[in-house]
Every structure is written in structure tokens, then in C-alpha cells.
Design a protein around this ligand. Structure first.
Ligand SMILES: *Cc1c(COP(=O)(O)O)cnc(C)c1O
Length: 478
């Protein structure tokens, strides 16, 4: 396929949009420029392929397709069936999963589908049994009352937020924190690593219905075989949320004990992070949970997005190609090079390094909060995000950490040498930034001082670093 085809496709699309609302066309163009020029180290972002992007911009968006493949509540879904079945087939083959449900609109939605499936499968409730066999009319008020009480009183054990867990694993800002009685496991204060004996102890004491593995900000491999054994020892369902590292599972960097799919009863993921697909979510599960998972829409999801399922099918097909395994390995190689570059310059890293796609810098070593560091880096053309570190003294808002990840820059083609230069730029900015003060002279957790000339210089260096690795090299909008 000619590169020209990509330019023609996107240029024509913008021309059509511009005729209706030119400001939207301009914003789309400006977004490409911004993405091209910034050193994107956000661990949860990536750049989907032109084929994946184009698969979303069409009339599949017009279809309602509630139900599942071959069993829709709307007529005329034969083409939606084709793309949904293809996406599910690619997902099953790629991950070696017995069942795949590709309708979730995002990672949070995928988790809601999983929670409901596990509750429906596991909670012993005569009222729920009646409801499941669609005898809803037979349910008395007392049944409904019992149902709410039984479903609303279940236990979840997941990784604590400051150790790298996710809001949807039972924390207050998410409904999971309100639905479930939650307890969390942290990491060993000395090593920063998950202490599996402590997880086992917490599970024995707490007896959760669901044990959740997976994270957004833990820079190490997780042994899912051990977590499954812990779940089995207390009769818990083992769920893994691989939203962040699905690309490393797909690319066979995480295998054996570190591949969640053979060990978990149910696995959820996003499709847009290291997996490099469209924004969306997905659930993989063992056969016994498949029926409940397939009820995701309308149980907790709105109507499926057929255009996004088409894009999932494209991206998953890409992830099955041999070059994706190479990409996944380069993500980890790059993260390790970045970690080495930072360590050699004196930075403090949570766990002292990484074996996945992300690095967590403890910026208290630079006498900054995460918020100050994040803003100073952003002023210098380096896009990261602040993140708590274990037992963070600055809480979840200001934080003491900066999370950086390599999936996006690896897609652009940057390698170990550029990671070392990136480490140099980050270290320069952080050593040159000082904490600011409030009007009354007290130390501020948000204000900071950074010489504007230095920030500009680093931003230019960052742009130079990217110049050799153009983003979307086949797309020229001019
Ligand atoms: C990103 C993330 C999610 C949420 O994904 P969305 O698509 O933003 O809803 C859920 N779980 C984990 C572990 C994540 O990292």
C-alpha cells in the first residue's frame, strides 16, 4: 500500500469535515502537530495505526447492535456480526483465551462487566437465581431487598492505589469502591515489590469473593500463578486487569507465570494502551463465565460501538503479526534503557528499575512534588504524568512520583540511545527546577521555579530527538 493512500485518506476526510465545521477540522490537524512535536512518555498512551484509525471513521457508527453475534435485538446486523466475530477471534487466538467479549467501551466498562459477571456467577442468592431465569415478575419486594443486600455486600481484595493499583479495583471515586467491601494489598516498603506472603495472609483473613491482580503504576512483573494459588486457597475468583500491559502479553514478553490469561478466571483490558488499538475495552474469560460476560450490554454497558469493534479487529490482527512481538520487546528494552539512564544520573526509582513498560521516578529526591515535576517537564516539552509512590507523603493529588512509559515512543521508533538522551533531558529539568513558595512564604506543593530559557532549550532538544522518528510518516496533511 502506498503511503500516499494514507495522506489522501486523511486529507480528504478533513476536507469533508471542514465543509461543515472548519474549527473541528483545524483541531484535528492541530492535534497531529502537537502529538508529532511532543515527547510523549505517558505510560497509558500510544499511537494507533492509520488502518485502525480509519476503521473507526465510517457508517458502522450508525448501527445499533445490542446483543451478541448472531443474537441481536436489532435487525440488519450481519456486517456488525462479521467485525465483532473477527475481533473476538483475533483476541482469543492472540491471547489463547477460551472466550473474548469485545464490546466494552473502555477499561472501566470492561471491569464493570467483569464484576457483574462474577457477582452473578458466584453470589448464592435464590432471588438472583429467579432473576437470571427471567422470572423477574415472580420476585417479591422481599426478594429485591435480599438481592440488593446480597450483591452489595461482597468483598474484593486488590492492589492499593499508592502501590500502583487502579481506582476501579475497589476505591471510593469509582463505583467498585461503593459496591464492594474492599481491602488492598500493598508492596514491601524495603523493596517496593509485591510481597506474595502478605497477599496470602490478607486473603486468608479477609476471604474476598474476588482477588484482583493488575495495576497502572507498578514497574515490575507480577506472578499470576502465585496469585491464582492464593485465590484458590480461599475460594476467590481471580480477576486480572491487564489494561496497561496487554501489549506485553500479546507480544509474548510476559509468558508462563507472568501471563495472566491461563491463570485468571477473568481478564479485563483496555485496547488503546500498550496493545496499540482504538480506545476501548475487552474481557477474556474461562468458559464458565462466558454467558454472564456476554450480558455486558445492556446489563452495565450502553449499545456496542460497531465502528470501534471494527478497529479492534484491525488492531488485534496487527498484534498477531510477528513484528508486534518485536515491538513489545523493544518497549521493555526501552523502559530499561530509560531506567538505566535515570539511575546513572542519580534519580531514585520505585523498585530500583523496571521489567515492563513503565518507570516510576520518586521525585522527592529532587525535592519536588509530582505536581511540580510534571508541570516543569511539560514546560520543557516532555509529557508525563504525576503518580503516587508507595506510602506517598504528598497524597494522591500532589504526589511524589512521575510515571513515564515507553509504548508511544517505541511506536515512533526511538531506541536505547534516544532513551538515554531522554533520561538526560528529564534529569536536567528536574535538577534545575526548585519548589516555589506561597504568598505567605510557606512552601508550595504546586508552585515551582524553572528558568524559561532552559525549558525552551530542553523543548528544542526534545523536538530534535523526535525529528528522526516522524510520527505517522505516511500522513502529510499539507
Ligand atoms: C487505564 C486503566 C483502566 C481504565 O481504562 P479506561 O479505558 O480509561 O476506562 C482500568 N484499569 C487499569 C488497570 C488501567 O490502567
Amino acid at each position: 500500500m502506498s503511503r500516499n493512500a494514507e495522506s489522501t485518506a486523511f486529507r480528504s476526510a478533513l476536507e469533508v469535515i471542514r465543509a461543515v465545521e472548519p474549527r473541528v477540522a483545524d483541531a484535528i490537524g492541530a492535534e497531529l502537530t502537537d502529538q508529532r512535536e511532543s515527547l510523549k512518555l505517558i505510560a497509558s498512551e500510544n499511537y494507533a495505526s492509520p488502518a485502525t484509525l480509519l476503521a473507526m471513521g465510517n457508517w458502522f457508527s450508525d448501527k445499533y447492535a445490542e446483543g451478541t453475534v448472531g443474537r441481536r435485538f436489532y435487525a440488519g446486523c450481519q456486517n456488525v456480526d462479521t467485525v465483532e466475530a473477527l475481533a473476538a477471534e483475533h483476541a482469543r487466538e492472540l491471547f489463547g483465551a477460551p472466550h473474548a467479549y469485545v464490546q466494552p467501551h473502555s477499561g472501566i466498562d470492561a471491569n464493570l462487566v467483569a464484576f457483574w459477571a462474577v457477582l452473578a456467577d458466584r453470589v448464592e442468592s435464590p432471588a438472583l437465581k429467579k432473576a437470571q431465569v427471567r422470572q423477574v415478575n415472580d420476585l417479591t419486594e422481599a426478594d429485591w431487598f435480599a438481592l440488593r443486600r446480597e450483591l452489595g455486600n461482597q468483598r474484593m481484595l486488590g492492589m492499593s492505589l499508592d502501590a500502583g493499583g487502579h481506582l476501579t479495583h475497589g476505591f471510593r471515586p469509582n463505583i467498585s469502591g461503593k459496591m464492594f467491601d474492599q481491602r488492598s494489598y500493598g508492596t514491601d516498603p524495603a523493596t517496593g515489590l509485591i510481597d506474595y506472603d502478605r497477599v496470602a495472609e490478607a486473603a486468608r483473613e479477609f476471604k474476598p469473593l474476588i482477588l484482583v491482580g493488575g495495576y497502572s503504576a507498578y514497574p515490575r512483573k507480577v506472578n499470576f500463578r502465585i496469585l491464582r494459588e492464593i485465590a484458590d486457597s480461599v475460594g476467590a475468583t481471580f480477576m486480572v486487569d491487564m489494561a496497561h500491559f496487554a501489549g506485553l502479553v500479546a507480544g509474548k514478553v510476559f509468558t508462563g507465570d507472568f501471563d495472566p490469561v491461563p491463570h485468571a478466571h477473568i481478564v479485563t483490558t483496555t485496547t488503546h494502551k500498550s496493545l496499540r488499538g482504538p480506545r476501548g475495552g475487552m474481557v477474556l474469560c474461562q468458559p464458565e463465565l462466558a454467558d454472564q460476560v456476554d450480558r455486558g450490554c445492556p446489563m452495565v454497558l450502553g449499545g456496542p460501538l460497531p465502528h470501534v469493534m471494527a478497529a479492534k479487529a484491525v488492531a488485534l490482527a496487527e498484534a498477531r503479526r510477528p513484528d508486534f512481538a518485536d515491538y513489545a520487546q523493544r518497549i521493555v528494552d526501552n523502559a530499561q534503557a530509560l531506567a538505566e539512564g535515570l539511575l546513572s544520573r542519580g534519580a531514585t526509582l520505585v523498585t530500583g528499575g523496571t521489567d515492563n513498560h513503565l518507570v516510576l521516578i520518586d521525585v522527592s529526591g529532587y525535592e519536588l512534588t509530582g505536581r511540580q515535576a510534571e508541570q516543569a517537564l511539560l514546560d520543557s516539552g516532555i509529557v508525563t504524568n504525576r503518580n503516587s509512590v508507595p506510602q506517598d507523603p504528598n497524597g494522591a493529588w500532589y504526589t511524589s512520583g512521575i510515571r513515564i512509559g515507553t509504548p508511544a515512543l517505541t511506536t515512533r521508533g526511538l531506541g536505547a540511545a534516544e532513551m538515554d538522551q531522554t533520561a538526560e533531558l528529564i534529569h536536567t529539568v528536574l535538577t534545575q527546577t526548585t519548589a516555589g513558595a506561597n504568598a505567605d512564604g510557606t512552601p508550595s506543593k504546586a508552585k515551582y521555579n524553572l528558568d524559561a530559557g532552559l525549558a525552551d532549550k530542553v523543548a528544542r532538544q526534545a523536538t530534535d530527538l523526535l525529528a528522526t522518528y516522524p510520527l505517522y510518516p505516511g500522513i502529510d496533511l499539507t
